[in-house]
Design a protein around this ligand. Structure first.
Ligand SMILES: C[S@@+](CC[C@H](N)C(=O)[O-])C[C@H]1O[C@@H](n2cnc3c(N)ncnc32)[C@H](O)[C@@H]1O
Length: 421
């Protein structure tokens, strides 16, 4: 097969009898020989002509482990591919002439958030990421995760193996906060008193400030099992105590790149200007934005809003819980805003964008984690008269197909004139 492109999940695309076939591990320009697996999907058996972008994958778990799909690709080529995806999304949204993008890629071994699967298997415990459509692959090393997190996996295997509540499969979510690893364990069974004592001992032995637990299938209810010291995370001038399992940008370097891009995408502001921030999480952008103007932050997760409200003393910000899908901030409520900054989840923000499009707000900064959603939301903003003035691409999910972007849009004639000059 001749590979003509890369699909949105990072698989090579080939045409076979007029239809697209996805070949994992193949790069554009390559000719590969494939065999069909028992479930009918193609698997490379031989590379007949390799791409100049092909490199030896650094991790021995690459292939079976479902975490990375692109370790056989040069990092700079991968960043170019991700940048081209954002440019294509914006072009499809109708922005034919685009500013030169800034592109940032984070280094390996910096991921500070892991969502892992746990499985009790004959002879031990497996902790890792699922193989494609299969069971988890034991993460004995990782070129993506921060080494502080990978160092915890072996002791975690031992303690989880000793827990009565971990009978079959479980989940483990770890956020590396400024205060240390913040762990949420999910199990199907309730923890016993002995399980709780073992987890508390583990926290003390490994300097883990907090371990929480949730029962599988009850995602909203999280219980603290051990808390040895306060948890904290700083976002610019703001220090919050994040709730267990809260959204955190995947890497510290990615967070800095997004924050820098958002701040430089703002129009000139004075400190009394109101910034409306939508999908605020527990303050990644809110803290830095509060140094530029008054921030009204909206977020759907009540624990994140409570953390922001507790941290706001001395900072120019208000935080409110609001489901922005069911109850978007209406156009009328946006008129006081000098600029709207939004960082929606994967699905984008179609209802909220409609209200922004109808409001008179002059400047919008949109942080995207999904090029498809970006295309739809940016289409509506272009129709409403916004022009594109800056694009930053952030690759903080190294070796996967994920890509983030920060785009600045305006309908302020003065800013447009300055931009054109
Ligand atoms: C991509 S994260 C960004 C969070 C934050 N800006 C940050 O950088 O840490 C998206 C945020 O949207 C929130 N969210 C998801 N659905 C929502 C909804 N329907 N209404 C309000 N917030 C929502 C999530 O809880 C999450 O905090």
């Amino acid at each position: 097969m001749t590979i003509t492109g890369l699909g949105t999940s990072g698989d090579g695309i080939a045409l076979l009898d007029g239809r697209s076939v996805f070949v994992p591990g193949a790069l554009p320009g390559e000719t590969v020989r494939v065999a069909l697996t028992p479930n009918g999907s193609p698997e490379i058996v031989d590379i007949l002509a390799a791409s100049p972008a092909r490199v030896a994958p650094p991790c021995p778990l690459f292939g079976p482990c479902g975490g990375c799909s692109l370790q056989m690709m040069r990092l700079d080529t991968m960043l170019d591919w991700k940048t081209a995806r954002i440019q294509a999304a914006l072009r499809n949204a109708g922005f034919i002439v685009q500013p030169e993008p800034t592109a940032v890629q984070t280094p390996p071994m910096t991921r500070r958030r892991l969502d892992l699967a746990v499985a009790r298997v004959p002879g031990g415990m497996v902790i890792g990421l699922h193989r494609r459509n299969g069971p988890p692959v034991d993460m004995t090393l990782c070129h993506v995760a921060d080494p502080t997190l990978t160092a915890l996996l072996e002791p975690l295997r031992r303690v989880l193996g000793s827990l009565g509540a971990v009978t079959g499969e479980a989940t483990l979510q770890i956020n590396l906060l400024d205060s240390g690893a913040d762990i949420v364990l999910g199990t199907g069974q309730d923890l016993t008193a002995s399980d709780r004592a073992k987890l508390a001992d583990f926290a003390a032995a490994h300097d883990v400030p907090r371990i929480s637990w949730q029962k599988s299938g009850q995602p909203g209810i999280v219980e603290t099992v051990a808390q040895l010291k306060p948890v904290r995370q700083s976002f610019g001038p703001l220090t919050v105590a994040p709730p267990p399992g809260i959204f955190l940008q995947a890497t510290r370097q990615g967070e800095s790149a997004i924050v820098d891009a958002v701040l430089s995408a703002l129009p000139p502001l004075n400190r009394k200007d109101m910034i409306v921030e939508l999908y605020a999480g527990c303050g990644t952008l809110t803290g830095p934005l509060s140094t530029c103007g008054r921030v009204s932050a909206y977020e759907g997760v009540s624990e994140a809003v409570a953390a922001l409200q507790r941290a706001r003393t001395g900072h120019r910000l208000e935080a409110e819980r609001r489901d922005l899908v069911r109850q978007p901030l209406l156009a009328g409520g946006l008129t006081a805003a000098r600029v709207v900054v939004l960082d929606p989840p994967h699905a984008g923000a179609p209802r909220q964008i409609e209200e922004i499009a109808r409001s008179g707000v002059r400047d919008v900064v949109y942080v995207s984690c999904n090029p498809r959603a970006l295309e739809k939301d940016a289409t509506r903003l272009r129709e409403a008269g916004y022009a594109l003035v800056a694009v930053t691409v952030v690759d903080q999910f190294l070796w996967s197909a994920e890509v983030e972007a920060v785009i600045a849009l305006t309908k302020d004639p003065k800013r447009l004139r300055k931009h054109a000059a």
